[in-house]
Design a protein around this ligand. Structure first.
Ligand code: ACM
Length: 634
């Protein structure tokens, strides 16, 4: 148990300048405490002009705040040090997770761990709960399918029994085993729904003239016939069979297997994705594979791996080993200070190239493309800490700050070494990831970025660029050329369109800031993936209560609201072809344990999967909510 404990209280006010954080550090050690410094991470940040009380303010870097004990203060064992500040920047705290998440006490040259409590809002009242709930039991038929198929026409049912492939060729057998293994990884406590042999319900498979991802399942007394367009359709048909058999075996009172009738199925969209942030919180390769398995069980097919951000660079680059050696580490005595849940010790994590290949191969075996996200030009604090030669020496320090509070965190397009860096990194990325797209971020470059840099001023003059957005567009067009040289298309967040944007040919933009950006970007000629924060950001809170974890800049996103969003809702008939599909986003400032992950991600991930697969007219919240309880989690 740590020898120190930090509790934080906030008063309930609306004005940011009146918002007061009161902190109590309990000394539970055997010795007196004096002359110590506390470093704490709080997503609610102290304003630059805040009034600090009971402490000497030392520094703040994004969420990391450092306070010293006042001279002469001695806290005996069992005693407390109270301190805090009045005045915050950004948004009012709205959840118990909006205060310090972690802390380190630096005393006598030693870094001591500190136990950190939830933020407590005073006065405590009933509005703190309840947590989100999902209704159950709205089943019209005893069939388990998520996503729900396009066409279901069933006349008779039979009890659960495993399904066996006796007469298939080797490719069919391999395909079946891939899905059987997926099931056993996800449901290791359950009976196997699919086997090779002749001892279960007979399965027959054949290729037919259907779309590549399409399939039909015909049920008769003699067994099940799966007809599929291509290997992907065969895979999805097998997942459908595995799902219905799994449910019938696991919950025989509620679920059955069809014995007469037909399922006709094909996805609504080609892009059924999820993103995962591994920078704020590092998820191991094994956890990432498990997450991919849960996507595959819902027939999702795109994994956007958010590998870099201000808080950490997460994969090996041969040309720049410092990216991992320095840029993947944060905490006491590191070049990057601690952030979020990990202030008290060095926190690090990265994937080797072999691990990346393993994850990419694992996803590919489940018909999921892995799209790497290298977030540039903003969100580059970790890069600039690791490679100081990329910092513009003439740009005044702290001349702009990102929305997360990072000073001067964008790569400078006017430095030749920036281009040497990008050419080498993108060459390695292009080689490591076979997907057609490289996602280059381009989000949240702070207004005013670069403008005080003398080199940028020369570039802007010679290229006729006015303002940050125009410079970003110039930068991204050059990045697009590099990617094209490697046979890759550029993907990015919706801000890629800012300034003059980029060449729309082959470009794919993930629209995140507002639903209205979906029609706005298709009108500009971009191909678009719908991922509005207001519906598909799975780090948003799911109920209004203080106790519900998450953030709320895009509002409260109940599972039902997530399900209800129609990605085509704002598009006229003529623009629908430009909508590539849908994507969930999992940002991990608050999601830093498997328990929080499971609470936040499911069932909303599967709601996005169903929007991506099931025709709008076949979607049904009550059915989905009932069935989603059986879906596997991390
Ligand atoms: C984003 O949420 N910054 C894409």
């Amino acid at each position: 148990m740590p020898d120190y404990r930090l509790d934080t209280y906030v008063n309930k006010v609306t004005a940011l300048e009146d918002c007061r954080f009161d902190m109590t550090l309990h000394n539970l050690s055997d010795g007196p405490l004096a002359g110590a410094v506390i470093g704490l991470t709080s997503i609610t940040r102290m304003a630059d002009d805040a009034q600090v009380h009971g402490a000497d303010f030392r520094r703040r870097f994004a969420n990391y705040h450092e306070f010293g004990m006042p001279d002469g203060l001695v806290v005996p064992p069992g005693g407390t040090w109270t301190f805090g500040f009045t005045g915050i920047t950004g948004r009012q705290p709205a959840q118990r997770n909006d205060g310090p998440k972690s802390a380190v006490l630096i005393a006598g040259g030693v870094n001591h761990p500190v136990s950190v409590g939830d933020l407590v809002r005073l006065p405590v009242d009933q509005s703190q709960g309840p947590l989100r709930s999902v209704p159950v039991e709205m089943l019209e038929m005893p069939l388990f399918q998520i996503p729900w198929p396009a066409g279901v026409d069933i006349d008779a049912w039979r009890e659960g029994m495993h399904v066996s492939l006796g007469d298939g060729g080797i490719e069919d057998r391999r395909a079946l085993m891939a899905v059987a293994d997926l099931h056993s990884r996800l449901h290791s406590d359950a009976a196997a729904p699919l086997t090779l042999g002749n001892d279960g319900i007979a399965l027959h498979m054949r290729q037919a003239t259907l779309g590549a991802e399409a399939f039909t399942l015909s049920f008769t007394g003699g067994g099940i016939t799966l007809e599929y367009g291509d290997a992907a359709g065969r895979h999805y048909g097998l997942v459908s069979v595995a799902q219905m058999v799994h449910a019938a075996l696991a919950e025989p009172d509620r679920f059955r297997i069809p014995s007469k009738g037909r399922i006709t199925d094909a996805p609504r969209f080609g892009w059924r994705g999820s993103h995962l942030d591994v920078s704020r919180h590092f998820w191991s390769a094994a956890q990432v594979c498990r997450f991919i398995d849960t996507m595959a069980w819902a027939k999702m097919n795109r994994f956007q791996w958010h590998l870099t951000d201000d808080e950490g660079w997460r994969f090996e680059v041969d040309a720049f080993p410092e990216l991992v050696e320095i840029g993947s580490r944060r905490g006491p005595d590191c070049r990057l200070p601690g952030q979020y849940a990990h202030a008290h010790r060095q926190y690090d994590g990265h994937y080797t190239k072999d691990q990346i290949r393993h994850v990419v191969g694992h996803a590919a075996s489940l018909f999921i493309d892995t799209i790497p996200e290298i977030d540039i030009p903003g969100h580059c604090t970790a890069v600039l800490a690791a490679l100081p030669h990329l910092v513009d020496p003439d740009e005044p320090a702290d001349s702009y700050r990102s929305v997360q509070g990072y000073p001067n965190n964008a790569l400078n397009p006017a430095l030749p070494q920036t281009w040497d860096f990008l050419e080498k990194v993108l060459a390695e990325v292009a080689e490591l990831f076979p997907a057609k797209w490289v996602h280059v971020g381009a989000d949240e470059v702070a207004d005013g970025s670069w403008l005080t840099s003398p080199r940028i001023q020369v570039l802007a003059q010679s290229e006729g660029l006015q303002g940050t957005a125009a410079i970003q567009s110039w930068f991204l067009r050059r990045v697009q050329k590099i990617l094209r040289g490697h046979g890759k298309d550029l993907a990015g967040w919706d801000e890629v369109s800012h300034g003059a944007g980029v060449d729309t040919m082959g470009t794919l933009l993930v629209a995140w800031q507002r639903p209205e950006l979906v029609p706005a970007l298709t009108a500009q000629g971009y191909r678009v993936v719908a991922s509005p924060g207001q519906a598909y950001y799975l780090d948003m809170t799911q109920a209004d209560g203080w106790n519900e974890p998450g953030t709320n800049w895009a509002g409260t996103v109940t599972p039902e609201a997530c399900y209800a969003y129609d990605p085509e809702g704002d598009l006229d008939e003529g623009s629908r072809g430009a909508l590539a599909g849908v994507q969930a986003c999992i940002w991990c400032e608050h999601i830093h344990t498997p328990e929080i992950f499971n609470h936040m991600v499911y069932p909303r991930l599967h709601a996005v999967a169903e929007a991506g697969w099931t025709p709008q007219s076949r979607r049904d919240w009550g059915r989905f909510a009932t069935l989603s309880a059986l879906m596997p989690k991390l």
